[in-house]
Write a protein that binds this ligand. Structure first.
Ligand SMILES: Nc1ncnc2c1ncn2[C@@H]1O[C@H](COS(=O)(=O)NC(=O)[C@@H](N)CS)[C@@H](O)[C@H]1O
Ligand SMILES: [Zn+2]
Length: 417
């Protein structure tokens, strides 16, 4: 599937020894260096389920991990960034049914909107942007392999004997639950809340995840050696990541609501396939809320990037409103966030238009140090605030500085001044 267009990332001068970027790894439950010493960094950031796109929660997650992409590039690494689109799954079909539209059309229209929003927010496009539907052949191949190895079994469900759907046996990977650090008892309600079916009769373990749902009337279905049907959610990301990135890629990322079951399940299904870790680190962004509740499709309390853009809000102000909060923090969005961001944007733009200003090499070094420390964007923004404020208050004679800050704002923070 086609991704979107990315602005070129400006080159920035060296400022001494570059610190290796560290980020909080949910599995290790601590900061870990992420990415290789050299060569190509490999990152998989789970993509949208294409309806209600692109709300500020989605944007918070993609802008957050866009920083890692930019920091890696700035340190001289190439980046192989892969993102999926869950363009077939229960929630999408349910929404299409609710709105009386074809689920394919809904997906198509929402993916187009998502691409536009990502481009406007200056999020660098993934090298591979892969839809679940187009990935079905590789998903079927992976399930067939797991079936041959006895890792996937048909559920003999007395309440639904015609549909012995296929499930992945979590017991096949002893490291199951080591990503979320949940006990089976804690995991069970979370699984039920996020698309799982722990109470289905006939499963070997309540936490076993669906990998292939046999065709029901009115549901989309594709041929497979194990009957017409469609893929489960988690196996989609395992198949795409293994196909495009291979085993033990550097980072698997997404919002904190993906830790369990989604990333846990994708990881075990990947690990039993390759015998290696699925990802070396698992990074998760915090939840953006509105009026006291997490912004979510089910609640419908959503603020859309496209609506803000249509109302004349500069997408760079939206990006700055997001960057003002640490990517791992849960926070409540309010219009005040946007107003403050617009102010900051105006100040930065005024300062980079000065003919000369205060030297900005220390600012560049501070922004780099901040982002290398668990993508600390608020600290990076404060460094640029300090340079802009001081440069607007007194005459600086460095004619290179304004251009350098404009380039570092774009290259490292994705903020185009
Ligand atoms: N309120 C929110 N705040 C922050 N991130 C959010 C919020 N809601 C959703 N996200 C993140 O946005 C990304 C896309 O969410 S989604 O559209 O529901 N899609 C999915 O989770 C799956 N298609 C991943 S394979 C996920 O990483 C999710 O964690
Ligand atoms: Zn995913």
């Amino acid at each position: 599937m086609q991704a979107w267009r990315s602005r070129t990332v400006p080159d920035l001068p060296a400022t001494g020894e570059q610190p290796r970027v560290r980020a909080y790894d949910s599995k290790a439950q601590g900061l870990a260096e992420v990415g290789p010493d050299g060569g190509t960094a490999r990152m998989y950031v789970c993509g949208i389920t294409p309806y209600d796109a692109t709300h500020l929660g989605h944007a918070n997650t993609y802008v957050g991990f866009d920083l890692l992409n930019r920091v890696w590039r700035d340190s001289g690494l190439l980046v192989n960034y892969v993102q999926n689109v869950t363009d077939v799954d229960d929630p999408l079909i349910e929404r299409a049914d609710r709105d009386g539209v074809d689920w394919r059309e809904l997906a198509e229209e929402q993916i187009a909107l998502f691409r536009e929003d990502m481009e406007a927010l200056n999020v660098l496009a993934p090298a591979s942007y892969v839809g679940a539907v187009e990935a079905i052949p590789m998903i079927v191949e992976l399930i067939e392999r797991h079936r041959r190895e006895g890792l996937v079994y048909a559920v003999e469900d007395p309440t639904d004997p015609e549909h012995p759907d296929l499930y992945f046996a979590q017991a096949s990977d002893p490291t199951f639950l080591s990503l979320s650090h949940l006990s089976p008892e804690e995991a069970r309600p979370v699984f039920a809340e996020r698309g799982g079916d722990p109470d289905r009769p006939g499963k070997r373990d309540p936490l076993d995840a669906l990998v292939w749902r046999l065709e029901r009337p009115g549901e989309p279905a594709w041929d497979s050696p194990f009957g017409r049907g469609r893929p489960g959610w988690h196996v989609e990301c395992t198949a795409i990541a293994l196909d495009r990135l291979g085993a033990a890629f550097d980072v698997q990322a997404g919002g904190s609501d993906l830790v369990f079951p989604h990333h846990e399940m994708s990881a075990v299904e990947g690990q039993v396939t390759t015998g290696e870790v699925f990802a070396r680190a698992y990074l998760h962004s915090g939840m953006v809320g509105l009026d006291g509740e997490k912004m979510s499709k089910s609640r419908g309390n959503l603020v859309f990037v496209s609506a803000l853009r249509r109302s004349g809000v500069d997408p760079m102000a939206i990006r700055l409103a997001l960057l003002a909060h640490h990517y791992r923090s849960d926070w409540m969005y309010s219009d005040a966030d946007l107003a403050a961001a617009a102010e900051r944007l105006a100040t930065w733009r005024e300062a980079v238009r000065l003919d000369s200003a205060l030297n900005a090499e220390a600012t560049l070094a501070e922004v780099r140090a901040a982002l290398a420390d668990d993508l600390d964007a608020p600290r990076a923004l404060a460094a640029v605030d300090a340079w802009a404020g001081a440069s607007l208050a007194m005459d600086g004679d460095d004619t290179e500085a304004p251009g350098l800050v404009a380039r570092l704002a774009d290259g490292l923070l994705g903020v185009v001044l």
